[in-house]
Design a protein around this ligand. Sequence first.
Ligand code: SF4
Length: 358
Amino acid sequence: MTNNTGRLVDGKLQPPTRQLAMVFDLNKCIACNTCTIACKTQWTRDEGMDYMWWTITNTLPGKGTPKDWEESGGGFISGNKMRPGHMPTKEDFGAAWEFNYDEVFQGGKGNKVHLKPKGNPQWGPNWDEDQGGGEYPNSYFFYLPRLCNHCNHPACVEACPRKAIEKREEDGVVLINEKRCKGYRFCMEACPYKRIFFNFEKDVSQKCIFCYPRLEQGVAPACARQCPGRMRHVGYLDDENSSVYKLVKKWKVALPLHGEFGTGPNVYYIPPMAPPRTGADGNPDYSKPRIPPEYLEGLFGPRVNEVLNTLETEMQKRRDGKESEIMRTLIVYKWPQDIFPSFSKEPADLVPVKGVKK
Ligand code: SF4
């Protein structure tokens, strides 16, 4: 890995030749967290990584992972001015718990003692899963998978005094060079999405690597490949044949999360639709949407309602027996070629290289 200093011109990081991106269809996510476990199994089983979830799927509305990350600062205010940020602790992320295995299995207490976490934990990853918001019968929730956004203007890169974080020239993937990292953790404060973790055993920061060793062999990232909902699209933003290009650039129905943070994220979301509200008489109430529009605008920006209208129109076309290219793309009839065309090779064909597992 090179470090980014060679790509700085007048102190500014030069854009990569190509940019990889992901699109998540929130209308297909069931929060099974298969993606989360696929990533965990592949990359974060080593020393000091037990509390790390490089990708995780939270319930919204909710405090998320780490706790209250949306209010934790970081990113930029008006262009290049960095916004102060909070450094999340291991407890904010939800440190791994110990359980009373000894007491249950070797304590001689028969079936009088049951398995429970030690120490009365008050927070954990996905602590508020499926709680959501609103009031019955018009409560609502949806799922939001998150990972490093491999941003165009990464606050983590700007914040690192060691120039230990690189944005790759060939695909825009943002990587931490652990040999250069000295564990200052300014990157953790600066990232507004709070997607950097500190390895307390190795004294280095670590995060999602977009499965670059798999990408280099034409294999999709583990989270996307394993997703049973086929909701994670992966591709280059300049590849006009990719679903990523069509959803982000052509049809403009995929939106960045908290674009106002100013980092230019490269993970995009098809916003969540919801069933109609239930009226006082028990019948559907179409007078206003179930998920408050202002809540969605706060997440995905002012275009979100226009996008939801487009999705509704396209769905209606299908109900009427007409063709809809947008719906066809989101359904993903041909897997894997339709969802990650440049990365549809079988993981079983990966040639083993150091640090890469099948
Ligand atoms: Fe850096 Fe955070 Fe952007 Fe990832 S999401 S590139 S860690 S600023």
